[in-house]
Design a protein around this ligand. Sequence first.
Ligand code: BDP
Length: 320
Amino acid sequence: MRKLLMLFVTLLVIVSISLFADPIILKAADDHAEGYPTVEALKFMGKIIEIMTNGKYKIEVYPSAQLGSEKETIEQTILGAIDIDRVSVSPLVAFYPPIGVLTLPYVFRDQDHMWKVLEGPIGEELLKGLEKVGLVGLCYYDAGARSFYTVKKPILKPEDLKGLKIRVQKNPVMIELMKTLGASPVPMAFEEVYTALQTGVIDGAENNPPSYYETRHFEVAPYYSLDGHTRIPEVVLVSKVLWDKLTDEEKLIFKTAALASAEYEKYLWNQWEEMALKKVQEGGAKIFHPDVTLFQKAVQPLYDRYPAYKEFLERIQAVK
Ligand code: BDP
């Protein structure tokens, strides 16, 4: 009888803790605005974690770079001040160089090839490697292909870039890529690009259609030339500081929630890509389809400058 009573009391305590205890608030950062595929997918992931941990964790998503630029949020995530961070792979290269192989130009044949690589052993290996710098990579999100957009004239061949100041993400590979193509790279945080285009600090930038549309960069740089030079994915990171405090079951919940959110993001992404191209044209942007082989040829010397990526590259190319 006593034992039964003890069991009952213990159960009651467990139930009341899970029902009434204050949830642990986790901060999640994203530099896109409310409604953008990555932000909505992060919220989706948060909801699953909340439900599956019976409300122990509550994820608060801070969109629009409220918690800082990508470089800053990565630093904060390593320190444990931010718990979850959705960033492009690009700014991560400065922290963990091997992942830079994913940012090389024309490394993936298409969207399908990219997902086969990311969801296979190569993608997993690169996520795992992030632990060395204090980050746990849970999954990738789609970010399509990046192309040039410019203020004064379209980029129809690599020579058109000569002398132009092109904004790039803070990624050494992107800086080298612009130099190889004859442009002057200007590394700059995403949030500063609109004003820089408007005031003539830069002549152009490059990004995927959803970002070009969401940021309204098309208003100030209306020539969009779809050369698709890179296909740099996004990544969802968790601070190792938080990760090490989670139970094995919680780790599984976080990973599963992230993978489910990636499926959701892919779905939203495909819709946004199509919609964005329509919307920017309605807003006055002009779309150009340059001969991509000209750009593929022009970037060849870049590969020799990264012997460290050679083995990864061969493995990526071998993925059918
Ligand atoms: C977008 C990424 C965003 C990056 C931005 C950039 O989704 O996170 O910061 O590019 O160019 O495609 O900085």
